[in-house]
Design a protein around this ligand. Structure first.
Ligand code: PAF
Length: 278
């Protein structure tokens, strides 16, 4: 596996390799990322394709009060994990390489998809995500890219960008990896104390309960969502949202359509997100 830091060196390494499966990350990798790498490998297996992962902590998607400075940078360990998972090339640019000058051109995703849920509580987040992902797509030029369902809204926003911009990239969704107890794996779980890791299980339990009540026929959605918010508050969380939405566009839940329950909440100083399709 090669670890490459510059755009020119990456382009040289990729020259003549038509099939590339791409997994963009911010590093500090866990089993969830590695399962995306294995999925990427399977997507180009048999076509002699390469798996490319990127590691870049993207300042553009962090608000000034968020954890950009403290986000763990663990390149040596990440590279070992990626190699063991079958990755062929790691692209790990520094900030000057990806943003040699302030990034004036940005990708603005549509408000109805990007200013709700995460976008409501992290204004500008999806502009930062789309801008860096579009730039990475231009550099890597993959035929397939794999994004985890853990960041459900991000997956929807990227899918829509690829579709509307007619990018020749197939977006594959990777299932969320969870601990045995059900906690969705996340780089930010590393911020949790041992006791908080136990308490964090409540997020997926509350999502499951919301989904189960809907599936059992309860249809007063505002009341169901208010109960779920209260359950988290009662346990000392500060929830931003917990809601049931239509899967394909995250619009209001409609009976008979595939749905997803999504939540974001702070436990202590750590903000966690999770979702469950139902
Ligand atoms: O999901 C992430 O880790 C990031 O949002 C991504 C897609 C790598 C863009 O910085």
């Amino acid at each position: 596996m090669q670890v490459i830091h510059t755009i020119d060196a990456l382009r040289a390494a990729l020259a003549g390799q038509p099939e590339r499966a791409f997994v963009p990350t911010m590093g500090n990798l866990h089993e969830g990322h590695l399962s995306l790498i294995r999925q990427a490998k399977a997507a180009v297996a048999g076509q002699g394709g390469l798996v490319v992962a990127s590691i870049f902590v993207n300042r553009l998607q962090f608000a000034p009060h968020e954890d950009f400075d403290t986000y763990p940078r663990t390149l040596a360990r990440d590279a070992e994990l990626l190699e063991a998972a079958g990755c062929d090339i790691v692209f790990a640019p520094d900030e000057k390489t990806l943003y040699p000058e302030p990034q004036g051109y940005k990708v603005h995703p549509p408000a109805e998809l990007a200013d709700i849920l995460e976008g409501q509580f992290r204004p500008g987040f999806f502009i930062g995500v789309c801008t860096v992902v579009a730039k990475l797509f231009n550099i890597v030029q993959p035929s397939v890219a794999v994004f985890g369902k853990k960041d459900y809204q991000q997956l929807m926003v990227i899918r829509r960008m690829v579709q509307q911009m007619a990018l020749p990239i197939r977006i594959e969704a990777g299932e969320t990896s969870r601990s045995d107890q059900g906690l969705a794996l996340s780089s930010r779980n590393g911020y949790l104390s041992a006791m908080e890791k136990e308490q964090a299980l409540l997020l997926s339990c509350t999502l499951k309960n919301l989904a189960a009540r809907w599936q059992a026929g309860e249809r007063d959605l505002p009341a169901l969502e208010a109960d779920a918010m209260q359950a988290l508050r009662d346990a000392g969380w500060q929830p931003d949202y917990i809601t049931l939405r239509r899967r394909h566009d995250l619009g209001a839940a409609v009976e008979g359509e595939p749905l997803v329950a999504l939540a974001a909440a702070k436990l202590g100083k750590t903000r966690l997100i999770d979702n469950i399709e139902c």
